[in-house]
Design a protein around this ligand. Structure first.
Ligand SMILES: *Cc1c(COP(=O)(O)O)cnc(C)c1O
Length: 371
């Protein structure tokens, strides 16, 4: 097989035309308002809420601090039932707030927390469920809501991957007490770095605003121990600009996804994730799981072999957060999570990835399978 001359990375951030960004920098130079709820911040907050079809939104400097503040605002105590199949942020946000993560196993189809296994983990210390819409695929929201109501638990969704996802035509941020969207450069939509909290109770807005600005209420009153997590005007400018392109971006990702599906569907030992019913997807990732017995190579070998062909994939999420060196929680019961984590690979996907590149990647995978 001929090796592609350019490196294909797992993702590449989208950048809008520079001239368009310059128009915003002119506005910023004119106003000299760089951060602290500037005009671009407020405009972005309104426009992005409309796009996400959410009622209440608050912007942050990044997704992680948004998640951290959601936990603080709900005044959670004790134990939080969560998933180990996620990015470090989810678990760190729990433990850094002095809470204990209780890990629940995941579903093999969606890689999301298995809602049917949550009830068994509830104790009198449980205060919340922190679930992740992994790769933008919605969790079993109905079941989670039912459990939360029955046991009086709060629900936070880490929707870092789920920007623009809709369920039954509703923005995914309308479920649970809080949803956190990450606007990091590597995500489907970005504001360089950034985060959004979508939330149910509008009275929470002033509390969130204080938390992200040192707890300051006004010049002489600091009402809570807050942090600094404000979105600045440059981030908001990038967000405003990228909103113009998001639909086009998702459309391109959908074409890439369909091309991969068409080309990889019949490769033995490669399992793909299907679209879900009643969901508008954002095609943020293209995960596959490898069955070594059928494919002939295990995930780690495939990952290494692909590098030889200039294709850089990610073992996303490996290891499980419960197995991180800084934690080492007992993960013996996390059977599905372990299985998925050991066999998953996310393939390159970003809006500017060409269909020829998708064909090349798929051909190489087929070549590695048949040899
Ligand atoms: C990216 C990500 C975060 C953190 O978001 P940042 O904006 O990078 O702070 C949290 N959870 C998940 C699942 C993520 O992928």
């Amino acid at each position: 097989m001929e090796i592609n001359s350019h490196k294909i990375t797992v993702t590449k951030p989208f950048l809008p035309p520079k001239e368009e960004f310059n128009k915003y920098t002119d506005i910023i130079w004119e106003s000299k308002w760089l951060t602290n709820n500037g005009p671009l911040h407020d405009e972005f907050e309104e426009k992005v809420s409309n796009y996400l079809k959410i009622g209440n939104a608050c912007l942050f400097s990044n997704g992680h601090l948004a998640l951290d503040i959601a936990i603080k605002a709900l005044e959670l105590k004790g134990e939080v039932i969560t998933t180990p199949f996620t990015f470090a942020s989810t678990t760190h946000a729990i433990t850094m707030n002095g809470l204990t993560p209780i890990f629940c196993d995941i579903e093999l189809e969606t890689f999301n927390i298995d809602a049917n296994k949550i009830t068994d983990l509830i104790t009198d210390k449980t205060s919340a469920i922190l679930a992740v819409h992994v790769f933008g695929n919605p969790c079993n929201i109905i079941k989670i809501e039912q459990i939360a109501n029955e046991y009086n638990l709060k629900v936070i969704y880490d929707a870092a991957h789920a920007f623009g996802v809709e369920l039954y035509g509703n923005g995914i941020g309308n479920y649970g007490d809080f949803s956190m969207f990450s606007l990091h450069a590597t995500k489907v939509f970005h504001s360089i770095e950034g985060g959004i909290l979508s939330f149910k109770e509008s009275e929470l807005k002033p509390i969130l605003s204080k938390y992200k600005n040192f707890g300051i209420a006004d010049e002489e009153n600091v009402e809570l121990v807050g942090l600094n997590a404000k979105m600045n005007e440059f981030q908001a400018a990038m967000g405003l600009l990228n909103l113009k392109y998001i639909e086009e971006q998702i459309e391109k990702r959908k074409k890439i996804t369909n091309k991969y599906r068409e080309l990889l569907n019949d490769v033995e030992g490669i399992r793909l994730v299907e679209d879900m019913e009643n969901v508008k997807h954002n095609y943020s990732y293209f995960p596959v799981t490898i069955d070594e017995k059928k494919f002939g190579l295990n995930r780690d070998k495939l990952y290494e072999r692909l590098k030889e062909f200039n294709i850089f994939t990610r073992k996303y999420f490996y290891p499980l957060t419960s197995d991180f060196k800084c934690y080492n929680f007992d993960s013996r019961n996390l059977i599905n999570a372990k299985l998925v984590s050991d066999n998953i690979l996310t393939l390159p996907i970003y809006s500017e990835l060409t269909l020829d590149d998708v064909e090349y990647i798929s051909d190489i995978i087929y070549h590695l399978y048949s040899n």
